[in-house]
Design a protein around this ligand. Structure first.
Ligand SMILES: [Cu+2]
Length: 147
């Protein structure tokens, strides 16, 4: 093997072992989505540690506010109509809501890697559910998608 092709082979090996670039996932904040009125879409996301999620004010009168994160995990509190990007390094389940539309079931769930805090998340979700009047089933449906 010539030294040039050897260098090429080494370079290919190095690149193959480099972790995949962190992805950015987009979640729309909508007045009307496939889950009905006042939704995040997609409202359930599975992402890899180190990925980021951007909440887009596709419709304006919404915000994204995290209400449960794993220990040492990121939290966020977007203003109304604000585009927010969060990087999620810590594995676990994250719950978030649109503050004015929590009573209408405008909630979302993100699973980052292993769902080590699933029991905490379910317990917290029970408290949230007491404040949801419409589309109460959504939160549990999203939690059921956790693997
Ligand atoms: Cu909203």
């Amino acid at each position: 093997m010539s030294s040039i092709s050897l260098r090429g082979a080494i370079l290919a090996l190095v690149m193959a072992s480099t972790p995949a670039l962190a992805a950015d996932h987009e979640v729309k904040m909508l007045n009307q989505g496939k889950d009905g009125m006042m939704t995040f879409e997609p409202a359930f996301l599975t992402v890899a540690p180190g990925d980021s999620v951007t909440f887009l004010p596709t419709d304006m009168a919404h915000n994204s506010h995290s209400v449960l994160s794993p220990t040492d995990g990121a939290s966020w509190n977007g203003s109304m109509g604000e585009k927010v990007t969060v990087t999620l390094n810590k594995e676990g389940v994250y719950l978030y809501q649109c503050d004015p539309h929590l009573p209408l079931g405008m909630v979302g769930v993100i699973q980052v890697g292993q769902a080590g805090n699933l029991e905490d998340a379910k317990k917290h979700a029970e408290g949230m559910s007491e404040r949801i009047a419409v589309n109460k089933e959504r939160l549990n449906q999203y939690l059921d998608l956790i693997q």
